[in-house]
Design a protein around this ligand. Structure first.
Ligand code: NZQ
Ligand code: ZN
Length: 387
């Protein structure tokens, strides 16, 4: 086990009928809030009403910044920063999924500086200040509600970049599983796949080869994510299934799984971000395409860990590790198909002729994330396995 520091400053309020606590939590952080949310879902499912009345009951003045799109874009973030500055808000409130929370994080940091917010994503400026941020989570997926990460697309340059900074942790996030009752089947599955990917990125890239405690935690989360996702797809308002899935997705990327692993990477995300940047693929759907290809390509170097995955997640028993590893990847891909996620580039209409362009696009993030071992040839080889 490698040395590590685990410090997660985000307060989590979890459970049924917790959304109205956004009022008192926000009042402890400020008086005039920029309310950031997506398109229509929170208006349709009553969460907008619950949130705004709780805020008004505490005397919080609200300035709205709606319209965050899935795979959020920097132009909408810049608009939010302009609004936050001109209206002199002292608090940002995000009500939505990962796209909304990430946009809110970028606004909270960008509202306290004079330079363009995109410089943070390019690694040209570091984040030293931000406005307080409170979240109401409405989709179990990205884990942004309890981490210091944010991912935004520059639609002019087709770069979808993610950065992490401990200041970007929300001060508080409210996780009421009933808020996710209206998440449709596709985004329920995409969210589960995203959470599985967050775990597998660390599980397979950890620099320490002996991590039995973390392995069992990660394997347990994966098994629960798959099980609870299937229960939700059968019964979208199964409270316990939604609660299990929501909590697993948060734990999948809040620092717990990475503790003690040593250096880890996000290579599958690096490649997926190019799919989302160029084709606007839902993040989880891009991952269900990339993961099996990346795992197949990489398992030849480290069949033991991939065989452990196959044994412990799918209980595969075969003669040798290479066969178990291969069967484990096949079973994971079959599960993605079982929850109706795409598992090939052709399934989302991306022709094999685009592989070079996707690989080139991924190099920008490879550099920022210090994944230089992923040159275009290696990414092209991986994408050939995703066709
Ligand atoms: O815009 P609305 O109308 O709200 O609809 C949204 C959106 O269309 C809908 N939705 C959300 N909550 C709902 C709902 N529909 C019905 N009922 C509800 N309760 O779902 C759609 C997708 O929402 P989105 O926020 O895009 O999904 P997700 O939570 O998966 O976030 C994806 C974003 O997170 C980033 C991804 O790159 C992507 O941009 N990530 C952030 C990370 C982080 N900050 O640590 C790490 C992740 O790897 C990921 O990269
Ligand atoms: Zn992700």
């Amino acid at each position: 086990m490698q040395n590590f520091v685990m410090h997660n400053p985000t307060k989590i309020i979890f459970g049924r009928d917790t959304i109205q606590q956004i009022g008192s939590e926000a009042a402890a952080l400020g008086k005039k809030a920029l309310l950031v949310y997506g398109k229509s879902s929170i208006k349709n499912n009553g969460i907008y009403e619950q949130t705004t009345s709780a805020l008004k009951n505490e005397g919080i003045e609200i300035i709205e910044h709606a319209g965050v799109k899935s795979n959020p874009v920097i132009s909408h973030v810049r608009e939010g920063i302009r609004l936050a500055k001109t209206q002199k808000v002292d608090l940002i409130i995000a009500v939505g999924g990962g796209s909304v929370i990430d946009s809110a994080k970028a606004i909270s940091a960008g509202a306290t500086v004079d330079h363009d917010v995109w410089l943070f994503f390019k690694g040209k400026k570091s984040i030293k200040s931000k406005l307080p941020l409170a979240c109401v989570l409405t989709l179990a997926a990205a884990g942004s509600e309890m981490n210091g990460g944010m991912v935004v697309t520059n639609e002019d340059t087709l770069e979808k970049f993610g950065i992490g900074n401990k200041l970007l942790h929300p001060e508080v996030s409210i996780l009421d599983p009933t808020a996710t009752f209206t998440v449709p089947a596709d985004y329920t599955a995409f969210g589960a796949i995203d959470a599985i990917a967050h775990i597998l990125e660390f599980y397979f890239t950890a620099s320490d080869p002996e991590t039995p405690v973390q392995d069992r935690i990660m394997e347990g989360l994966i098994i629960n994510i798959m099980d609870s996702c299937e229960r939700v797809l059968m019964q979208p308002e199964d409270y316990n299934a939604r609660a299990d899935l929501m909590w697993c997705a948060t734990l999948a990327l809040n620092g717990l799984t990475a503790a003690g692993l040593g250096r880890v990477g996000f290579p599958m995300h690096m490649i997926e971000h190019s799919l989302s940047a160029i084709y606007d693929v839902p993040h989880g759907a891009g991952l269900s395409i990339v993961m099996p290809g990346w795992m197949t390509h990489e398992s030849t170097k480290n069949p033991q860990k991939f065989a452990q995955f196959g044994r412990r997640i799918f209980n595969i028993r075969k003669e040798n590790e290479v066969e178990i590893a291969r069967e484990g990847i096949k079973r994971l891909k079959e599960w993605f198909e079982k929850v109706a996620a795409p598992t090939s580039l052709s399934a989302i209409g991306v022709p094999k002729e685009d592989i070079d362009r996707i690989a080139e696009n991924a190099m920008g993030l490879a550099k920022i994330w210090r994944l230089q071992e992923y040159n275009t040839d290696r990414v092209k080889d991986i994408l050939q396995l995703c066709r």
